[in-house]
Design a protein around this ligand. Sequence first.
Ligand SMILES: *[C@@H]1O[C@H](CO)[C@@H](O)[C@H](O)[C@H]1NC(C)=O
Ligand SMILES: *[C@@H]1O[C@H](CO)[C@@H](O)[C@H](O)[C@H]1NC(C)=O
Ligand SMILES: *[C@@H]1O[C@H](CO)[C@@H](O)[C@H](O)[C@H]1NC(C)=O
Ligand SMILES: *[C@@H]1O[C@H](CO)[C@@H](O)[C@H](O)[C@H]1NC(C)=O
Ligand SMILES: *[C@@H]1O[C@H](CO)[C@@H](O)[C@H](O)[C@H]1NC(C)=O
Length: 392
Amino acid sequence: MFLLSMLAMGVSVCTMEPRHSTAAEGNCQFYGKYFQISYKVEGEPVVLRCPQMEHWLRTSASPHFNVMWHKNGSGVTLPGEEDTRVLVQRGALWILPALQGDSGTYVCTTRNASYCEQMSVELSVVEKSEASLPLISYSQILTLSTSGPLVCPELSDFTRNRTDLNVQWYKDSVLLGQDDKKFLSVKGSPRLLISNVSAEDAGYYSCGMTFVHRGRQYNVTRSVKLRVHKKEAETIPVIVFPHQTILASLGSRLTVPCKVFLGAGTQATTLLWWTANNSHIESAYQEGRVTEGQRQEYSENNENYVEVPLIFDPVTKEDMNTDFQCEVVNTLGFQTLRTTVKEASTFSWEIALAPLLLVFLALGGIWMHERWKHRTGKAYSLTTLKMAREGV
Ligand SMILES: *[C@@H]1O[C@H](CO)[C@@H](O)[C@H](O)[C@H]1NC(C)=O
Ligand SMILES: *[C@@H]1O[C@H](CO)[C@@H](O)[C@H](O)[C@H]1NC(C)=O
Ligand SMILES: *[C@@H]1O[C@H](CO)[C@@H](O)[C@H](O)[C@H]1NC(C)=O
Ligand SMILES: *[C@@H]1O[C@H](CO)[C@@H](O)[C@H](O)[C@H]1NC(C)=O
Ligand SMILES: *[C@@H]1O[C@H](CO)[C@@H](O)[C@H](O)[C@H]1NC(C)=O
């Protein structure tokens, strides 16, 4: 009965495959290809998980579904009749061992009485070599001068129900963690502890274990690329610009940078933004008249700065009544600076009054000159004498 139903499903998948977008009797929804290509090493066991099932596992509601796999384009449900290397176990597709010819797109179909979903995942089986290391490596990061673990990744399918876990670690073909102060391979776990991480510890590590299936032993290996990061220094951020008032003319475009001084501290952990009447700029100006410009990170004389401009396009009367604040925060400190936009009125009035002032000055000058000419010679010499006495 079970076999019969499996056969029936197989047939329905085969017939459905070339037109899976139409609402056929299968009515299977295709949800696309999994975002990550699975790069695996030739000669080793490979486990492909059904991408849509991973989602159920995370949401913890794992309904009872029938899972089927086929390679895209073949239409044959896996494992095929004479397939001794392939099996489906708990919904996952196992290939023991994988060959380069197994590379391709695999489609996983999950179905219950009323519903059917499909997703695909791409497998690329490569030869283990110097050249393929960047493809098959998992990136991990440790901080300089600290201690931390590397983890041999994606072993869970091979470590289930095992108490004798023995993961070995290599760097440049040297076995690590043997009575060594620097490296400690944690017994029964996939971890390698590295103490006092130095820049020389960066690079490729290889880890692996053996796995026995149906009396045959396989090697499962992984590559880890360790990057060593410097501990980021932080300083309290200080806003050095803008000033409390910004002069602007109505109708013109205005850019007000908020400039933050960090000294030797890193920009990476510094958040910087503007508010208008205590709301974020995007929500205060949904029409986009006032916007935040591109964030800039730079150094001047070995001091670090970060800067975000506020752009008015154009300045309107409303801006004169709005409370603008630049706010900066990192793990050490928080600072805000309030600024107001003022119409540049004094400046324009001066311009307007300047000709008038000149006329007054000229008239005043002529009047003085006339008075001077009518003074007596005595009065004139008295003035000079007085000035000389005062030491002018
Ligand atoms: C399956 O193969 C066909 C033809 O090669 C291609 O058009 C289609 O996009 C593939 N489907 C997936 C899920 O990769
Ligand atoms: C089949 O799965 C769908 C989606 O998870 C669910 O809504 C539906 O109740 C299931 N049907 C049966 C008969 O289990
Ligand atoms: C860590 O290593 C550096 C050089 O790599 C050394 O100078 C320092 O003393 C070491 N620190 C400890 C705690 O071992
Ligand atoms: C597994 O790895 C060991 C050590 O690298 C090697 O000697 C052995 O031949 C490998 N076994 C298989 C089945 O590849
Ligand atoms: C900010 O508040 C002032 C006074 O309450 C108001 O006149 C102005 O329009 C407000 N600005 C924005 C952008 O909402």
